[in-house]
Design a protein. Structure first.
Ligand SMILES: Nc1ncnc2c1ncn2[C@@H]1O[C@H](COP(=O)(O)OP(=O)(O)OP(=O)(O)O)[C@@H](O)[C@H]1O
Ligand SMILES: [Mg+2]
Lengths: 407, 227
């Protein structure tokens, strides 16, 4: 194909300029691929932190419980719900909880906090409490075991093995009730809200303290496919809703995270936009320079019968090659970087989002097929679109005037 | 058979005080197989006239009929297709696309005409021999002498089988010996293939090879001399 050859060779008339433009476009693409990977990684980290730490991907609560955490809004008999849960193929794990505000007291001091009653075996599968233990042991099921956060332990001046008295209100009578526990483990999530305000005891011990044997406040759910939690979960649990029970996905539990995710999508769009301007300027500049240098030549080939359309196509094919070359280069560089950091992670430092620590301080970029397919296509398309104006300009070169020029 | 027929051709540039009549009331006819030189001092309108009859510029007044078709009012693609198929152009210099080899430069116009590659290749070889450039087809223009480059331009101009070849001072950038040789090639093509040439020149020796001289002065035909 002589035409294609011609366009390709034209591209390398001024190799330096072409390579510089190529470098500009490919750097843009590499940045886009990397930034997109980082943004996706960040998103995953954020969602992971939110859903894996304590809250779960979704929760089942009595209607209204989440508003004020009124202890009397509990599920008296979860049997039918549990029946449904075991049938739900999408679930990977669930865990029953009791929670109540209360006083946490030591021999020296006391503080207000949230008392969680958990099933240690189930809980391992839905939250990171066990991973957060920094001293002592996780719950084993013995009735007086208690886990306390580092900050709270300092405040109460207690250590492993010390005694703690929990005081709470009976769910039915509202009378104060107390029980004695021993610190079996100290945890550190790294988030202040957790380390200062929470204690965990065995489910049955908490039920006994609050006078709600068999009852629970909350079921935490994890799904096999993380996408499930974004679906409208209440559809599949409609009959439960009639009994004043609600199921809420993490987006509903943490609306602020949902808003942040919107912003991360905006981030890709903004980077794409900046790239658009960058590439446009680079391509326009490069093409115009190469057209200006060739005005006489365009005059000649127009004179001997090249049509305007053929001139437009010639410039567009040149731009296409420029885009293709740059996309190829940018793709390789972008993928290499993104791949490296998807394995080694970007050091992120300490970062807290809505009171939840993000991972282990490393951000791992996420590679995705669309980054390999659509982002380079976007860049090639962008180059082509930008080339339309220079191409039209070249096609409007008037032979008589062009021929007068260089002589 | 008449190849070109112009009647009362005029072309003006500029407005008011600076208005120049580059071509004024020019009427002439050119028969197939003629070897015509347009001569005249600098600024007499040679280039303008060649551009008008070649369909590169449109006249302000008058008509041009080329191979029986009126071209004065053709536009856009129609005109560029007409140029491609009916007119061969040779300019003073830089006729060739520098990134294409001599052979590819000749091929280029056949590609525009939609001729298939094997036939293009065959014709290129044939025509390179005709203009005396056998074996130089693979060279880029920069690797050819000025005279060789102009021969490639001649080859390109004739390969599209035009009705007429227009050459605006084709020898101006060549030394006089090389210029004469180029003209001899053109003359030979004129004799052998009955190709019609119209060229402009300043050079006495070269104009003397023409069979007809059209003298221009201030845009008008001063004398039309058949030899
Ligand atoms: N585009 C233009 N704008 C204004 N004036 C022009 C233009 N083209 C030609 N002219 C004028 O028209 C007249 C004829 O010019 P033209 O180039 O046709 O002469 P020429 O015989 O080819 O001269 P030369 O031998 O120097 O090439 C000149 O006075 C020139 O200045
Ligand atoms: Mg001239």
């Amino acid at each position: 194909m002589l035409y294609i050859e011609l366009a390709w060779r034209n591209l390398f008339r001024n190799t330096r300029r072409t390579l510089l433009t190529c470098l500009l476009i490919s750097t843009g693409l590499a940045v886009l691929i990397f930034a997109d990977g980082a943004i996706r990684g960040m998103e995953k980290l954020m969602i992971g932190s939110v859903t894996k730490t304590l809250q779960g991907e979704a929760q089942i609560n009595r209607l209204g419980f989440r508003d004020n955490f009124d202890v009397d809004l509990y599920i008296e008999n979860p049997t039918t719900i549990l029946g449904k849960l075991t049938e739900d193929e999408r679930l990977s794990a669930y865990s029953l909880r009791v929670l109540s505000g209360g006083m946490i007291g030591s021999a020296y001091n006391s503080a207000g906090g949230v008392i969680y009653g958990i099933n240690p075996e189930q809980e391992k599968e839905v939250s990171r409490i066990r991973d957060a233990i920094s001293e002592g042991n996780y719950l084993s099921g013995k009735s007086r075991e208690l886990l306390i956060g580092t900050t709270l332990a300092d405040l109460l001046e207690v250590k492993l093995g010390d005694r703690i008295v929990l005081t709470a209100a009976n769910v039915d009578t509202n009378e104060l009730t107390q029980d004695l526990f021993r610190i079996s483990g100290i945890f550190e999530f790294g988030a202040r809200e957790f380390d200062e305000g929470f204690v965990f005891v065995n489910l049955s011990a908490a039920q006994k303290l609050l006078g709600m044997e068999g009852g629970i406040h909350q079921i935490v759910l994890q799904f096999k496919d993380p996408k499930t939690s974004r679906d409208n979960l209440s559809l599949s649990y409609q009959d439960l809703e009639d009994k004043e029970i609600e199921i809420t996905g993490w987006l509903g539990l943490q609306p602020s995270i949902g808003a942040m995710l919107e912003y991360t999508n905006l981030g890709t769009a903004i980077i794409g936009g900046i790239l658009f301007i960058l590439i446009s300027l680079g391509v326009i500049n490069s093409l115009f320079m190469s057209i200006y240098e060739r005005i006489y030549e365009f005059g000649v080939i127009r004179a001997i019968g090249t049509s305007r359309f053929e001139i437009i196509s010639l410039v567009l094919v040149e731009a296409f090659f420029l885009g293709l070359l740059s996309a190829f280069l940018g793709l390789i560089v972008g993928l290499l970087f993104s791949y490296y950091y998807s394995i080694n992670g970007l050091p992120l430092g300490e970062m807290e989002v809505s009171g939840i620590m993000l991972g282990n301080g490393n951000l791992y970029t996420e590679l995705a097929p669309y980054q390999v397919i659509f982002l380079p296509l976007y860049v090639i398309l962008l180059t082509l679109i930008t080339a339309i104006y220079p191409a039209f300009f070249a096609s409007r070169i008037v032979p008589t005037r062009a021929l007068q020029r260089a002589l | 058979m008449k190849v070109i027929e112009t009647s009362n051709l005029s072309k003006h540039f500029g407005l008011g005080e600076t208005r120049v009549s580059a071509v004024k009331n020019v009427s002439f006819e050119i028969e197939e197989g003629e070897f015509t030189a347009i001569i005249g001092p600098s600024g007499s309108g040679k280039t303008t006239l060649l551009h008008l009859i070649g369909g590169l510029d449109s006249p302000d007044e008058g008509d041009i009929t080329l191979s029986g078709e009126k071209i004065a009012h053709m536009k856009g693609n129609q005109l560029s297709d007409f140029r491609r198929d009916h007119i061969g152009f040779i300019f003073q210099a830089y006729n060739l696309i520098p990134v294409l080899s001599a052979a590819e430069n000749i091929e280029y116009i056949m590609m525009l005409q939609g001729i298939k590659k094997p036939e293009r290749r065959r014709k290129v070889e044939e025509i390179l021999e005709t203009v005396g450039l056998t074996g130089l087809g693979d060279r880029r223009p920069a690797m050819l002498s000025g005279g060789q480059q102009q021969r490639v331009a001649v080859a390109r101009a004739m390969v599209s089988k035009p009705d007429i070849i227009l050459a605006d001072e084709p020898t101006a950038n060549l030394d006089s010996k090389t210029g004469m040789k180029l003209l001899e090639v053109m003359k030979e093509l004129n004799r052998e293939f009955k190709l019609t040439f119209v060229f402009s020149t300043h050079d006495e020796k070269i104009m003397n090879m023409a069979t007809r001289l059209i003298h221009l002065r201030d845009g008008s035909i001063e004398r039309d001399e058949q030899k």
